[in-house]
Design a protein around this ligand. Structure first.
Ligand SMILES: Cc1cc2nc3c(=O)[nH]c(=O)nc-3n(C[C@H](O)[C@H](O)[C@H](O)COP(=O)(O)OP(=O)(O)OC[C@H]3O[C@@H](n4cnc5c(N)ncnc54)[C@H](O)[C@@H]3O)c2cc1C
Ligand code: SF4
Length: 564
């Protein structure tokens, strides 16, 4: 009796329905392939499940987070940095936070929608400063796919013609709000580039979806489908072909192979019955998020692949990176006692600051961008706590209420998001001593920031404080010390983990070729953040989408040519 009885067969089995999986499903089903998407999480649909139109006081906890909703009870994200029954570990004394969502659409249900293209330098940065590695592809290879993603999904922005911040095919950006105008004035005086942000929110009716109505509740899921989620934008396009089967509650354990070492499908745990199942696929595409796809490969051991599937290089799990991050918030007296007015907008910033300096003149090699926040959004649990930080603020009763009104909307904040260079101390591997609730071995993380990142974050802190001072304000809290890492986030905390199955031309130093296809197993692809060779100072999802589209089109072409 075989361990995993063969039940069904598909042209392509995709693991995970987030950014990478949703795009692959869309492209492959439209080509006529019969596609199965296996998703570990629960069903979700923004039209029916979103709390976009609820008042915070409709929540028993006024919107505060719960263990299942770690960004707030009305947030559209089911999951968080810890999941019941699904542990991960880290090496002694080291820290790494792993954010996982367990729902259809993955983390695209509650991401920030910041949709930046990588620039020409980002693909070949080693040529500029000698650090890390170059990608086996250039911006010109990916540009046609960025263009197609823009035309398919839609985003707003402005054409700025900046050297390493390529223009996209943009819808008009929303106007800056009052506090954003003040930030821009200060940034201009300090010669910091400050431009309209680039978010995948449609500001005009687009491809049958209505324009955003500026309710600022994107994180709860958009009931009008005016922002990007894999859930409501990509998967419905795949579904309407009639070629998609989506199964939820399926936790994939490993990729199975035949005697020739070709992938035959995947085995998974049906979370409802607890039974092990197997499904056959002519092609397997992993899109379970970069660390989870590495985990599946490392757990797919056999006599032919004793160190895990597609891992003859020993590189699976290595080159793990996350975006660097630190935040500073400040009080701006000019903004207090403001006239109450509607400061809603899109669910996110209307302006941002791309990297504007030359690293050759600095003590760190790679840049960062600045995300800004502030204003008078819909208050939720915890709004205006810490009133004692404002001049003469706090106390009790009537004074406390008056102070809350007085100071509401008088703060601004800055979050730096920078490029980390992969290092040999940061990686994930299988923990030989720990399994999850289904007996699947879990990941153990190793993590260390280098001086490149620490010096970069120091620069962020100094810059954010100088902008706040330029606005006539006062930062909350002192500049963190070197011993405190200048306030650098923990590894994984910015939720841009990448690089665990990196692409390259040399099978000895990379897992995948330049089309996301495993060097060792031709009918196996990885289409999440794992294939990234470097982080860039940009958020990664627009590039995940473009590369997943490119890999899927390549797989179709290879199939037509009989090579797959
Ligand atoms: C709060 C937040 C804000 C963010 N903001 C931004 C932003 O502004 N811009 C940006 O570019 N990026 C942002 N990100 C990151 C972005 O969400 C991810 O880069 C992107 O979703 C990754 O896509 P993915 O396909 O690799 O994985 P995911 O979207 O995480 O999808 C993976 C899917 O696989 C499923 N899965 C996992 N393991 C298994 C298994 N073993 N078997 C079956 N299914 C499995 C999961 O349940 C999940 O649905 C943000 C993320 C968060 C959480
Ligand atoms: S701000 Fe716009 S995109 Fe976001 S939830 Fe509201 S309508 Fe939808």
């Amino acid at each position: 009796m075989p361990l995993f009885p063969q039940r069904e067969s598909y042209d392509v089995v995709i693991v995970g329905s987030g950014a990478g999986g949703g795009m692959a499903a869309k492209v492959l089903t439209e080509s006529g392939a019969k596609v199965l998407v296996l998703e570990a999480g629960v069903p979700w649909n923004n039209y029916t499940d979103s709390a976009m139109l609820e008042w915070p006081y409709d929540s028993p906890r006024r919107g505060a987070s719960t263990h299942q909703r770690q960004f707030g009870e009305f947030d559209a994200g089911i999951g968080g940095f810890s999941l019941d029954g699904e542990p991960y570990t880290h090496a002694s004394g080291e820290d790494f936070l792993w954010f996982r969502t367990r729902m259809v659409g993955g983390r695209t249900n509650h991401w920030g929608r910041i949709s930046l293209r990588f620039g020409p330098y980002d693909f070949q940065h080693k040529n500029i400063d000698g650090f890390g590695d170059n990608w086996p592809i250039t911006y010109d290879d990916v540009k046609p796919y960025y263009d197609k993603v823009d035309r398919l999904i839609g985003l707003f922005g402005s054409e700025e013609n900046l050297p390493n911040e390529p223009n996209g095919i943009f819808l008009p950006p929303p106007k800056p709000r009052c506090y954003e105008l003040l930030i821009k004035q200060a940034a201009d005086r300090l010669n910091i580039t400050c431009i309209p942000s680039r978010l995948s929110i449609i500001t005009r009716n687009f491809n049958g979806r209505p324009a955003c109505h500026y309710c600022a509740q994107c994180n709860r899921g958009c009931k009008t489908n005016s922002n990007f989620t894999s859930t409501n934008v990509l998967l419905p396009l795949a579904d309407r072909t009639g070629n998609l089967t989506l199964k939820t509650g399926c936790m994939v354990r490993e990729v199975t192979i035949d005697k020739q070492g070709r992938a035959t499908g995947v085995s998974y745990v049906d979370k409802e019955t607890g039974r092990d199942e197997h499904v056959k696929g002519s092609i397997v595409m992993l899109a379970a998020s970069s660390c989870e796809s590495a985990r599946i490969l490392l757990n797919s051991k056999s006599a032919m692949f004793p160190d895990g599937l597609a891992n003859s290089s020993g590189v699976v799990g290595k080159y793990l990176t996350d975006t660097t991050g630190t935040d500073v918030m400040g009080f701006i007296p000019k903004l207090m006692d403001g006239i109450p007015h509607n400061e809603d907008g899109v669910g996110g910033m209307h302006l941002y600051m791309p990297w504007w300096l030359d690293n050759k003149k600095l003590d760190f090699p790679r840049g960062y961008h600045i995300e800004i926040w502030g204003g008078r959004g819909l208050p939720s649990y915890g709004a205006m706590n810490g009133l004692q930080r404002f001049p003469d603020g706090g106390g009790y009763g009537t004074k406390m209420k008056a102070d809350a009104r007085r100071y509401y909307g008088s703060t601004v904040g800055f979050s730096g998001r920078g490029e980390m260079i992969p290092n040999e101390n940061s990686y994930c591997e299988i923990d030989p001593h720990t399994v999850d609730q289904w007996g699947i071995p879990v990941l153990r993380f190793h993590w260390k920031w280098s001086d490149h990142e620490l010096n970069q974050v120091k620069h962020m802190q100094e810059t954010f404080r100088s902008i706040i001072h330029e606005m006539g304000g006062t930062p909350f809290g002192d500049m963190p010390s070197k011993e405190d890492g200048y306030g650098i986030s923990a590894g994984g905390q910015i939720i841009h983990e990448l690089g665990t199955t990196r692409m390259g031309d040399d099978p000895k130093t990379s897992v995948l070729n330049s089309y996301n296809q495993a060097h060792d197993v031709k009918n196996l692809f990885v289409v999440d953040g794992g294939p990234f060779v470097s982080q860039a100072d940009k958020n990664p999802t627009w590039t995940i989408l473009a590369l997943s589209m490119r890999a899927s089109e390549y797989a179709i072409q290879q199939r037509k040519q009989g090579a797959l």
